[in-house]
Design a protein around this ligand. Structure first.
Ligand code: C5P
Length: 448
């Protein structure tokens, strides 16, 4: 994809900075202050860098298991959805209740637990994960994993998953140095398993040497590094889509031909690029894209309420919905009977949702759409000004409504270009490229 290098650089820089600080504080003996020196910018980048990512944390039975609690907290803080699987010996070191409280999810313990399997079975869990991290990984676990043994839940899930896998070994230095362990690790690395660490130093048993699990912060940073971050990673994006329906009486309404396809394509692509997407949708016949939070509404007023309820903290607002311009002044409580030859329906103007968002005191970057039947450019320019938009995508209503394809003119105060024709998914990717550019221009100050 063409999107997205700068944001990932910021995240990497921030991680590096944080690691360097951690080392200095370590040297000074102030490790417990690890979180105090986050600058607001760093923590914002770090906090969002695992948005939409599903991480399965495997915990095996070593003394370093107590650090898995901190790791869980960090991954959750970085935006990941975390599930924890523990081996029977791990629960001798740290309780499943602790891990459940920190991950917010029931801990996976037993391959043969019918109840747990009914919730999310081991194969489902293996498919669910975008990344499996085993921390700490004991010598025994590494041996069983190397030989494809599937004799507990964690080894079974690891064997059944096609997701990237990383292990953070933790063991006594002599066990680490043993040829058997080293051969097992070589075999795992040849199968593209990531081996993170171990660190060297004083061990719980009193020995000194390699075998300490690397710090939770370093494991969390490496998890971030597994995924391609994009310019949209972690941004909060609110999208409206579909038509609205304005009630005339209990069985009739005013609406339009909007299918919602463009909004759903944008939501799907933005979520894929790592954004945290909320989609406020009018009545449509479309499936909610993976990792998109959807709120269903009918009328313009309901859409406005849903938008206002969710707009706080939004980075980018995209108004794709074909909101009905007018609604009946007072919908009838009973079905209107056809007693007269003609009838008049008094209408009142609906609130302009996008303009309301654009005039908020801490308004996000605001993107609008203009579906026109004539004078596309002139009408789009007028909307850009009158509604206070940062960018507007304009096209011919007849060509776009209910179609799988689109071709649009992108208009901002500084530039104009044509995107497409192409499928709505491919146009959505191009639109998000432009949107990311505008977001950066508006929010990242240029050097004087
Ligand atoms: O005024 P018009 O409907 O042509 O403007 C289109 C743009 O304004 C779209 O982005 C649409 O989602 C938004 N809009 C809105 N609330 C309205 C009318 C339009 O958010 N009541």
């Amino acid at each position: 994809m063409g999107l997205f290098n700068k944001h990932s650089e910021i995240i990497r820089e921030a991680s590096l900075f944080r690691r360097n600080c951690a080392q200095v504080f370590d040297l000074l003996g102030y490790r417990s202050f690890a979180f105090i020196y986050d600058s607001p910018q760093d923590s914002a980048a770090i906090m969002r860098s695992l948005t939409n990512k599903r991480i399965l944390l495997g915990v095996t039975g070593g003394i370093a298991a107590y650090k898995s609690a901190e790791l869980t907290r960090m991954l959750v803080k970085a935006g990941a959805e975390v599930r924890v699987a523990m081996t029977p010996s791990a629960i001798e070191f740290i309780t499943p209740l602790t891990m459940q409280a920190l991950s917010g999810q029931r801990v996976h313990l037993d391959l043969l637990d019918a109840d747990a399997e009914a919730g999310m079975g081991h194969i489902e869990l293996a498919r669910w994960a975008d990344l499996i991290v085993v921390a700490p990984a004991t010598a025994d676990f590494i041996a069983r994993m190397t030989h494809g043994q599937a004799d507990d839940l964690l080894t079974t899930v690891v064997l059944a998953s096609t997701a990237p896998i990383a292990i953070a070994p933790a063991m006594n230095q002599a066990m680490w140095a043993d040829d058997i362990t080293q051969n097992n690790l070589e075999a795992l690395q040849n199968r593209s398993i990531n081996v993170w660490g171990p660190a060297s130093g004083k061990q719980a048993c009193g020995d000194v040497g390699p075998g300490r699990m690397i710090e939770p912060q370093e494991i969390a940073d490496r998890c971030i590094g597994v995924f391609n971050t994009t310019r949209l990673t972690g941004l909060k994006i609110l999208i409206t889509g579909g038509p609205t329906q304005e009630a005339i009486d209990p069985v009739r309404f005013i609406s339009n031909y909007s299918s919602g396809k463009m909004a759903f394509a944008l939501a799907a692509e933005a979520a894929e690029a790592g954004a945290q997407v909320t989609l406020v949708s009018g009545p449509v016949h479309l499936t909610t894209p993976d990792r998109v939070s959807r709120i269903d509404v009918k009328s313009a007023e309901q859409m406005l309420d849903a938008v206002m309820d969710h707009v706080a903290g939004t980075d980018i607002f995209i108004g794709v919905a074909a909101v009905a311009d007018y609604r009946p002044v007072a919908p009838e409580e009973q079905k209107i009977k056809k007693t007269k030859n003609t009838m008049t329906l008094p209408l009142v103007k609906n609130p302009d949702i996008i303009s309301r968002v654009a005039t908020l005191s801490s308004a996000p970057v605001v993107i609008g759409f203009a579906a026109e039947t004539e004078n596309i450019e002139a009408n789009a320019k007028e909307k850009l000004q009158s509604k206070g938009l940062d960018l507007v995508f304009a096209n011919l209503a007849a060509e776009t409504f209910n179609s799988n394809d689109a071709s649009v003119i992108a208009l901002s105060r500084q530039s104009q270009q044509t995107l497409g024709p192409g499928s709505k998914r491919s146009i959505a990717r191009l639109m998000l490229d432009l949107i990311a550019e505008h977001f950066e221009k508006k929010t990242i100050p240029t050097e004087a």
